[in-house]
Design a protein around this ligand. Structure first.
Ligand code: ADP
Ligand code: ZN
Ligand code: ZN
Length: 744
């Protein structure tokens, strides 16, 4: 008898062999199975069958139950998920768990349990209602069921006034029963369904916009490539009509009966985006994102895997959705940092989109106004088709050129300089909206005593605590530690405590003081906690003018604000002289995103960037020649210093409550690495992490760098095997980050 191979979500990077469930047919690959594991039970996925195992016969246990009759993943999709596990060096079980909606992970049936239906028994058919005269309601119920040949759902019967007690009364007399279903396991998988046959013939629910010549060319080029793996970069400023291109391309695929997956950044998935897709097509469009309930997610996932949903619009984890007729993947705002998962399996959804498209031999379209250097390098080398949209359709307004406003030696009030205020006055007086972007929450990033220099720091991290006004507290944004505001300086007792720098709360206070009659609408994580908050803020923005829109990144993405004529970034300097090689790329993307918010409609716009370094040649280049010119320079720099995308990186991180524990392990790890390494990989470290103490634990890291991917991955595989068996590693939490986004 063959054994079944089960993938379980354990830290062990291997599969587990079990006897099949006794008395049941062998399970299909891709069904969930319950198995004994140690002294508990676990849910896993059947991923194969084997004839032999290394385990001694008396140690092999039998699987307990299958949870599905049909596979949740096709073979093709499993190939993809196996690739993910091997590329990121993660246990297959962990990857499969991640690919399942939470409710399926917890063992719930794929289909919701059916509503019980009641029908007559043989006895019930022959009994006259009159014989139940002592129970008139039961008699009426019996009569009702006798008047129809169809069983009735319990819900309907209850709605008609028959209680469960009455139903059970008749059941007790053997007159009625709950209908038994042919499928003995209620609510277990259906076969993959063909596309709905009852759908309206036309894919379109509205007349699409007439494409501009530029858009038309792009769509035409892409349509000719729909039968093959063909990656493309669509580069175009905000408002250049990329989404319209997506929609018209999707239309073609839906007409061919295909499904389309659209990945968008976390905060880009607004109700308006979803609506725009839903309004266009007579086909089912489903969303998949973290703000949905588990039940909503399961419903959307199921309709995708059964082929009922034609378009799936989701954030990064939607890349794992099974789609039996997938014909195209689109990644919008492909440069966005939210496509990188920063814990457990640290995957990059944009990279996975390209790999999945390659495996499925379908096109993948990456769209952005500010493409990542990785994607740009591929476009430049010709590996990706490189498409541009230069104009904004209709109005012909281009993105305004950002102007640098030097704030060296200028007095700042709550982060604003006087010339900036004057520019704002002008736009507000004209009845327009002004957008102010500041990437810092809270009132002030630093609270300091002006007589002794004491600074409020976090007890658990090498970090300062942010001062929040509402509610008043000190908050560490790294470990979430919160504490009340000190009334006096804890160090010298008499000194005055003052805020340094400005966050959104302080900027808001400053604006309200200066513009008492103008609404200030603030959007950040503290003022927008859920979808309702967001909807109400967007509603205010839609009706108030003049108005000031103030916020973090949240404000720079995805939304259309047609009446914003001045967009400003309060401080461009955070990323300019950072040790993170990606910082300049990020800053440039942010500036262009901000610029894209101004002058979208008929009104010409203005963009002002406050900085202490207005003579920085990179900033100048960005403003005068644009993002692409700067990005190509940055790419050249990267090539010179042998850095991604011209080399490959991985980071092994380790943390423990005591420095010695981390150090001991990392020293051994480096020794191992040097033993195995054939010089193709450079080891940088181990060194303390940039923030060494975080959440009360010590962090160290070892950076691995290589020109080629293969030797790097070989070394990692060997290091992980060593880590998994090393006694030193037991007291230390470690993790691996392949293609890291940041170096800490
Ligand atoms: P992006 O996704 O690049 O930000 P959108 O597709 O959202 O751009 O287009 C920006 C605005 O221009 C939208 O209001 C859209 O309806 C409009 N638009 C796009 N394409 C056309 C077109 N061909 N003709 C007229 N208006 C268009
Ligand atoms: Zn003091
Ligand atoms: Zn902290």
């Amino acid at each position: 008898m063959p054994l079944i191979q089960v993938a379980l979500a354990t830290p062990l990077r291997r599969l587990f062999d079990y006897w099949p469930v006794a008395g049941e047919p062998l399970p299909a690959i891709g069904v969930r199975v319950k198995v004994p594991f140690g002294n508990r039970q676990m849910l896993g996925l059947v991923v194969g069958q084997v004839e032999t195992t290394d385990l001694p016969a008396n140690r092999i246990k039998a699987a307990l139950a299958y949870l599905d009759t049909n596979p949740l993943f096709t073979q093709q999709h499993l190939v993809f998920l196996r690739w993910v596990a091997s590329y990121y060096h993660q246990p297959l079980g962990e990857v499969l768990q991640m690919a399942l909606p939470a409710l399926l992970r917890q063992g719930q049936a794929l289909h919701p349990p059916l509503e019980p239906r009641w029908q007559l028994t043989e006895l019930g058919k022959q009994t006259t209602a009159a014989s139940l005269q002592r129970a008139p309601r039961q008699a009426a119920l019996l009569k009702l069921l006798q008047s129809t040949s169809q069983p009735k759902t319990q819900k309907n019967l209850q709605a008609e006034g028959y209680s469960l007690a009455m139903l059970q009364g008749l059941q007790g007399k053997n007159l009625i029963e709950v209908q038994k279903l042919a499928n003995k396991k209620q609510g277990i998988g259906l076969p993959h369904l063909p596309p709905d046959e009852h759908l309206p013939k036309s894919v379109l629910a509205e007349v699409p916009l007439k494409l501009t010549e530029e858009q038309q060319q792009v769509v035409q080029l892409l349509i000719n490539k729909t039968n093959n793996f063909s990656p493309a970069l669509l580069q175009g400023v905000t408002g250049s009509g990329k989404t319209e291109v997506y929609l018209q391309l999707i239309q073609q695929l839906l007409e061919a009966g295909k499904q389309v997956l659209v990945l968008i950044p976390e905060i880009g998935l607004t109700p308006q985006t979803l609506l725009r897709f839903e309004q266009r097509f007579n086909r089912r469009v489903v969303a998949l994102h973290s703000a949905m309930t588990d039940k909503e997610r399961l419903d959307a996932w199921r309709s995708a895997m059964q082929g009922r949903a034609a378009v799936v619009l989701g954030t990064r984890s939607a890349i794992f959705t099974p789609l039996p007729r997938l014909g195209l993947i689109i990644v919008d705002e492909e440069h966005d940092a939210s496509f990188k998962q920063q814990d457990s399996v640290r995957y990059q959804a944009r990279d996975l989109a390209v790999m999945r498209a390659k495996q499925e031999k379908i096109p993948v379209l990456l769209g952005s106004a500010t493409p990542s250097l990785e994607t740009l390098a591929k476009a430049k080398s010709g590996a990706y088709l490189w498409l541009h949209l230069h104009q904004r359709p209709g109005v012909g307004v281009l993105v305004p050129e950002p102007k640098l406003l030097d704030i060296r030696n200028r007095k700042l009030i709550g982060g604003f300089s006087e010339p900036l205020f004057l520019a704002m006055d002008k736009h507000l007086k004209a009845g327009n909206q002004v957008l102010v972007l500041l990437n810092r929450r809270g009132f002030a990033p630093v609270l300091m005593c002006i007589s002794c220099g004491w600074i409020a720091g976090c007890l658990h991290c090498d970090a300062r605590m942010t001062w929040h006004r509402e509610p008043p507290k000190l908050h560490c944004h790294h470990c979430d530690q919160q504490q009340p505001l000190p009334l006096t300086c804890p160090q010298c007792v008499e000194g005055e405590l003052k805020p340094l720098g400005a966050g959104t709360e302080r900027a808001e206070e400053t604006l309200v003081e200066r513009y008492p009659d103008i609404p200030v609408i603030r959007l950040d994580r503290d003022s927008v906690r859920n979808r309702n908050d967001l909807a109400s803020k967007l509603e205010q923005i839609a009706i108030q003018r003049p108005a000031i829109l103030l916020g973090t990144q949240m404000l720079a993405k995805g939304h259309h604000f047609p009446d914003v004529t001045l967009a400003t970034l309060l401080n461009a300097d955070h990323g300019l002289y950072s040790s993170d090689p990606r910082a300049m790329e990020r800053t440039a993307q942010l500036i262009i995103q901000v610029a894209g918010r101004a002058g979208r409609a008929e009104k010409p716009g203005e963009v002002i960037i406050q900085t202490h370094h207005s003579d920085d040649p990179r900033l100048e280049k960005l403003c005068v020649e644009g993002y692409e010119a700067l990005a190509l320079d940055l790419l050249e720099e990267r090539q010179q210093i042998n850095w991604p995308p011209y080399a490959h990186l991985a980071i092994l991180r380790a943390e423990a409550p005591k420095t010695e524990q981390v150090e001991a392990l990392m020293r051994l790890l480096a020794v191992q690495a040097n033993l195995i390494n054939q010089e193709a990989v450079t080891l940088l470290g181990p060194v303390p992490a940039p923030m060494e103490r975080r959440q009360g634990r010590y962090h160290m890291q070892l950076l691995l760098h290589s020109k080629q991917r293969a030797p790097l991955h070989r070394l990692i595989a060997q290091l992980l095997s060593w880590l998994e068996t090393s006694p030193e590693a037991r007291r230390v939490r470690w993790s691996l980050d392949i293609d890291p986004d940041d170096l800490f």
